[in-house]
Design a protein around this ligand. Structure first.
Ligand code: AMP
Length: 398
């Protein structure tokens, strides 16, 4: 069953007070925004609400002030930059309690199409506990709630879940809708062949994803640090490579489950190894089962790149979570880059999980070649685990 949530296109906000939860959790250095991608990404939903004549009240968290009004985590710089990006004033309501006299007065004075921004929602200790008082405070400001913050969708907080209990209409914005379309619906009802690529450091952190995807995919590719636990499970030496001894048995079980379901489970057939965890260490390429003592696997080898890209090139849906190697070091980024290159060329839907996979794709210059790059690390992983995300569930169904 697909997820079919009401969006900003399904409601009439003319003259209404609209509280819009965004993800303005941007990096700040000395009060300066060093990466404004999240602000730019939020603009389509905000512009839609403005042009429909809504009275737009924006809110977001920033960093982890843990219930304290820390000045260095104020959203004031975001209000200033958003004003420039939108070409109209975004009035900042500087209340340490977020919903205080400034916010109330600003909302009271709003005309259709005006925009205000509330202070960092995590200045309130109840925010991350989904407390009732703050949820009610937020709801008291608005007639309609819009959630466009996917990065926190896997958490039940006041500003994305609690507030919806006290507002009649709760819908999702364009960014959330895109995440639901791809990570939710495309993965749930994929056009086949459907290939999943999993990598990153640990098997243990990806268990629910492996379990969920094995029920859905035609091919499952395992690379990155995770792969050594699979190799070790077959009694192959892995030297100093990442290894989770306790998960060897699990790895074998997953291989059996894949076989029973007719899923092709691929692991690397060669490995780029180093004699130290550094870009300038001595480097060799070895075949499967040939990692010597004192060396560690830091990337998939060229034959594995070929095996994996061959398995991907005719896919119609690909979902990718976790790099193939230590891509942060250029000498061990080739496997991850080979996957990027192939995904950029295929005639199918390419869905990239948030976090490290998203930064790998963006840093290696393939950002605009993918169908969808998720904006949420933890949230995208939980979506791929097949879990219901509280922030998505709280929006009204169509
Ligand atoms: P995760 O957060 O589990 O997706 O892990 C991402 C991290 O895994 C990245 O920082 C990679 O550098 C790291 N990684 C990928 N392959 C390896 C490897 N072979 N050995 C050590 N770390 C790895």
């Amino acid at each position: 069953m697909g997820l079919n949530k009401k969006t900003v296109d399904d409601i009439n906000v003319k003259g209404k007070r609209v509280l819009c939860r965004c993800d303005f959790n941007v990096p700040l250095i000395d009060g300066k925004i060093t990466d404004e991608n999240r602000l730019v990404a939020a603009l389509p939903t905000i512009k839609k609400l403005i042009s429909d004549g809504g009275r737009v009240i924006l809110c977001s968290h920033l960093g982890k002030p843990k219930g304290e009004p820390l000045p260095e985590l104020s959203l004031a710089p975001v209000a200033k930059r958003l004003s420039e990006l939108l070409g109209q004033e975004v009035k900042f309501a500087a209340d340490p309690e977020v919903v205080g006299k400034n916010a109330k007065a600003a909302v009271e004075a709003m005309k259709d199409g005006d925009v205000i921004l509330l202070e960092n929602t995590r200045y309130r200790a109840e925010e991350t506990k989904n407390g009732e008082a703050f949820s009610k405070d937020l709801a008291s400001l608005c007639d309609v709630f819009v959630n466009d913050a996917f990065g926190t969708a896997h958490r039940a907080h006041c500003s994305n879940v609690g507030v919806t209990a006290y507002v009649d209409t709760s819908v999702v914005g364009y960014l959330m809708q895109k995440e639901i379309d791809f990570l939710g619906n495309a993965v749930e009802n994929p056009v086949r062949p459907f290939v999943a690529i999993l990598g990153g450091a640990k098997v243990s952190s990806k268990i629910p994803v492996i379990e969920n995807l094995l029920d859905k995919v035609d091919t499952l590719i395992i690379g990155g640090g995770m792969a050594y636990t699979f190799m070790a499970a077959h009694g192959e030496p892995v030297g100093n490579s990442l290894l989770e001894e306790d998960y060897k048995e699990y790895a074998l079980k997953m291989e059996e489950k894949a076989k029973a379901k007719g899923v092709d489970l691929l692991i690397p057939i060669d490995t780029v190894i180093g004699d130290d965890f550094s870009n300038d260490c001595n480097i060799r390429v070895v075949g499967r089962g040939e990692i010597p003592d004192g060396w560690e696997g830091l990337d998939i080898g060229p034959k594995s790149c070929e095996l994996f890209t061959d398995a991907i090139k005719n896919a119609k849906t690909v979902v990718w979570n976790g790099p193939m190697g230590c891509f942060e070091m250029p000498n061990f980024a080739k496997g991850t880059e080979a996957i990027c290159e192939t995904l950029a060329e295929i005639d199918g839907t390419t869905i990239i999980g948030g976090g490290d996979s998203a930064s790998a794709v963006n840093n290696l210059g393939y950002g605009n070649k993918m169908t969808h790059i998720s904006t949420g690390g933890g949230a995208s992983l939980e979506f791929l685990e097949g879990k219901e995300l509280p922030g998505v569930a709280a929006a009204n169904d169509k």
